[in-house]
Every structure is written in C-alpha cells, then in structure tokens.
Ligand binder design. Structure first.
Ligand code: ADP
Ligand code: ADP
Length: 227
C-alpha cells in the first residue's frame, strides 16, 4: 500500500471548465482520506487524476510513494476503483467479475480462482458465485465491485460515491462493513462523497472541497468543530 501525493494538480476540461485546482494533497500509506463537498466541486475529477483516468494539466504530478505515475494509465497504476454505478460486467457471473482484473494481468486460472474465492469469503458473497450481475441487489453488486477492486491487491483503493445509489438502510450496513474492512486491511483509501455523515464515520482525515479548491483539511473532529 502506497502513500499518494498530488502536487500542483489542476484540471481544465476541453470546453475550458476549470474543474480543479491547483491542489496539493498528501495521503499517508494506509490512511483513509475522504474528499467531501457538494456536487460539481471537483471531487470526482480529483479522484480520477489519482486513478489515471484523467491527466492533470501540465505542471501537475501524481506520485505513488517515490514513483511519479503522472503519465501512467489506470491499468499500470494498480489501483482498485469502485464507482457509484458499479461498472460491473453484466454478462459475467460474480466469480468471473471478481477474477477479471487478475485475468487481464495474466494470472493463471488456479491462482485467480483461489484469490477470487478468498475475496468472496471476505465480502460474504460465496452463495452468489455463479449468479449473473443482474440477479443481484444493489448492495450485493457493490460488494462484488469492492471484491473485484481488492482482488488485484492494489496499492490504493479509490471509491467514488460508492454508497450513494443504495437506500438508507443498506448504506448504513455497507458503510460499517467498509469501515471494518479498511481498518483490517490497512490499505491507502480515498473515498469521495457529498455525504457529511459518511465522511465523519469513515475518514481518518477529511478534505473539504468547494468550487475546485480545498477549503479545509483535518480529522473529523477538527472539521466538525470548526464553524
Ligand atoms: P464532483 O465529483 O464534485 O461532482 P466533478 O469533478 O464531477 O465534481 O466536476 C467538477 C466540474 O467539472 C463540474 O463543473 C463538472 O460539470 C465539470 N466536469 C466534469 N467532468 C467534465 C468533463 N468531462 N468535461 C467538462 N466538464 C466536466
Ligand atoms: P458525479 O457528480 O457523480 O461525479 P456526474 O453526473 O457529474 O457524476 O458526471 C458523470 C460523468 O459525466 C463523469 O464521467 C464526468 O466526468 C462527466 N461529466 C460531468 N460533467 C460534465 C460536463 N459538463 N461535460 C462533459 N462531461 C461531464
């Protein structure tokens, strides 16, 4: 698991929208950082720059530990991503979805099945191994997405509004599960949300963004007690 650093990262989209920055962010190895802010403030863009799904404007750099990964695409960064919309493969079953990232990395059948089954155990998905994605509930889909992200043994886990699509009760349950999981794994995690309660309960630290800028950084307690 790596520390992550964004140095002088801004993002201007083709239509001239300045979505982010410049921002500087440092995340320690094993830390869980939440990026919190209203819709449109630049959270997703910031996360996508960490992931390698967007390149920062010239002069911006993304570092994983000592490695400058600025020009590496997502498949070379070895990060696990979880999206609000799940982004699972509808034509594959649960086991195949979880093993997918291992397959594209050239890991053999025996090892990828073993690792996928271990992930299924961790996420309590064993009963659903042969189910197709469209036969799962939203919460089950998101557990598959988490298992798939973790199966590649990523350097960091990046979650974008991972619970937003779920109903309130499921959101609470899964939030608790994710909290326990992250503490157990000690993996560097960046969690994007517009939900203050989620941010408070999951973050070691919270980065508050507004209109493309960082307006506060601190522990949940520090953020909460500041006016
Ligand atoms: P958030 O995740 O906080 O909702 P985003 O990072 O998605 O914010 O968006 C930040 C700003 O950048 C918004 O104004 C949004 O409309 C704009 N934006 C996001 N993606 C694109 C894109 N591909 N092209 C142009 N503008 C974009
Ligand atoms: P969220 O608010 O959850 O980040 P959005 O609905 O704003 O999601 O964006 C969904 C997708 O559309 C993202 O991939 C984002 O990059 C893209 N997008 C957002 N705003 C714009 C925009 N103004 N122009 C083009 N693409 C955009």
């Amino acid at each position: 698991s790596s520390p992550i650093r964004l140095r002088n990262c801004s993002k201007t989209y083709g239509d001239g929208t300045i979505a982010v920055g410049p921002v500087d962010i440092e995340i320690a190895a094993g830390e869980t950082v939440v990026i919190l802010g209203p819709s449109g403030c630049g959270k997703t863009t910031t996360l996508r720059m960490m992931a390698g799904l967007e390149m920062p404007d010239p002069g911006g750099h993304v570092l994983f530990g000592a490695d400058d990964v600025t020009r590496l695409p997502i498949e070379k960064r070895n990060v696990g991503m979880v999206f609000q919309s799940y982004a699972l493969f509808p034509n594959l079953d649960v086991l195949e979805n979880i093993a997918y990232g291992l397959r594209v990395r050239g890991i053999g059948l025996a090892e990828r099945s073993a690792r996928a089954r271990e992930m299924m155990g961790m996420m309590r998905l064993e009963p659903f191994a042969e189910r197709r994605i469209d036969q799962l509930s939203g919460g089950q889909k998101q557990r598959v997405a988490l298992a798939r992200a973790l199966a590649i043994q990523p350097r960091a886990l990046l979650l974008d509004e991972a619970l937003t699509a779920l109903d309130a009760k499921l959101r609470d349950t899964l939030r608790t599960e994710i909290d326990v999981l992250l503490r157990r794994l000690g993996i560097t995690t960046v969690y994007v949300t517009h939900d203050q309660e989620e941010a408070m309960s999951l973050g070691d630290r919270i980065i508050v963004m507004d209109r493309g800028k960082i307006v506060q950084i601190g522990s949940p307690r520090e953020i909460y007690h500041r006016p």
